[in-house]
Design a protein around this ligand. Structure first.
Ligand code: ATP
Ligand code: MG
Length: 313
């Protein structure tokens, strides 16, 4: 297989259900060797997009391909694409291991493969227990194990962090990082940016079926520029000095003796205070709040996010 086999290309994809434009002209690419977060609020169109990518829903317009072909045209698709969609159903009386062995047999994988993937997802201990006794997080792991059976080049995971505790999320992060480092393309959806923030290299953010932002995660952090907080016994003078050097008044928020300034580097605030001989008690560059950026991008002019505007997911 070449790298070409692992590239996901979504182009002009659209799907309407009744009067709801679930997906409305969506275009993005997922490269092998990277993890892309597919983000948007409830009802934004994530699952519908993934279902079209996997040939489960027919698009009204556009294409979604994996290695240049529609999923349904791929030879042995389960060897190439591992997918976990919402609410995977397992036979409750079956053990996790039995479930995996059945899938292995159907697809002609070696008999040892079930135990290998159980180990990979940390379910070796629970593998011989019936699935009915599994927690939500354990079911997520079993679904992921199923997706990994064919050692696929491409992974498509719909809300995989749902039901995982923080330790589980950290574990998934390591596993997906390893899988991407081996040259796989990984597409992971979530409605909570903070859940996948530590996981993804790239983001595709959608709202009401449309892309509102895509690119490296680091670029998202820079969107609102740097934020500096400073405490001074003379906030009036510092505020005046900041405005004089060209900082927009709207970018300064004052709380008591503290100023919070966006769009300026901490060094510049420090230098300015020094030059003006304004004492500084405390100065800090804030971490950009990605969740706020995400919320701003997916909320339409202060109105509600996608869910309430449509029929709901
Ligand atoms: N089979 C269907 N019939 C009718 N409407 C549908 C169908 N599938 C999805 N929709 C609608 O399309 C929109 C997008 O739904 P989708 O499930 O793709 O969103 P999502 O981003 O996955 O949301 P969530 O975060 O809640 O999983 C919603 O308004 C939903 O109600
Ligand atoms: Mg969904």
């Amino acid at each position: 297989m070449t790298d070409q086999d692992g590239r996901i290309v979504v182009s002009g994809l659209a799907k309407t259900f009744g009067t709801v434009k679930a997906v409305d002209g969506l275009t993005f690419t997922v490269e092998p060797g990277s993890i892309t977060g597919f983000l948007g609020p409830n009802g934004a169109g994530k699952t519908t997009t993934l279902r079209m990518l996997l040939g489960l829903v027919r698009p009204d317009a556009g294409t979604a391909t994996i290695g240049g072909r529609a999923y349904t045209d791929l030879p042995a698709p389960s060897d190439r694409v591992g997918a976990v969609l919402e609410a995977t159903a397992f036979h409750p009386a079956r053990t996790g291991r039995a479930h995996l062995r059945i899938y292995s047999t159907i697809n002609g994988y070696p008999g040892t493969r079930a135990d290998e993937v159980l180990e990979l997802v940390g379910l070796s201990g629970a593998g011989r227990r019936a699935v009915r006794g599994y927690s939500l997080g354990m079911r997520q792991r079993l679904a992921l194990a199923t997706a990994l059976l064919g050692d696929p080049k491409v992974l498509v995971l719909d809300e995989p962090a749902n039901g995982l505790d923080p330790e589980g999320i950290a574990w998934m992060r390591r596993l997906l990082r390893d899988l991407a480092a081996q040259g796989r393309a990984v597409l992971v959806s979530s409605h909570v940016l903070s859940e996948v923030q530590q996981l993804v290299d790239h983001v595709v953010i959608i709202n009401r079926g449309r892309c509102v932002r895509q690119g490296p995660l680091t670029a998202l952090a820079d969107l609102h520029g740097p934020v500096v907080s400073v405490r001074t016994p003379d906030p009036d003078r510092l505020q005046t000095a900041l405005i004089r050097i060209g900082v927009d008044e709207d970018r300064i928020t004052r709380t008591g003796d503290q100023l919070r300034v966006t769009g300026i580097q901490a060094d510049d605030v420090g230098q300015l205070a020094f030059a003006e001989q304004i004492p500084v008690l405390w100065l800090a560059a804030e971490q950009s709040d990605l969740e706020q950026v995400f919320f701003a991008l997916t909320t339409d002019n202060g109105q509600q996010p996608a869910l309430t505007a449509t029929t709901g997911a």
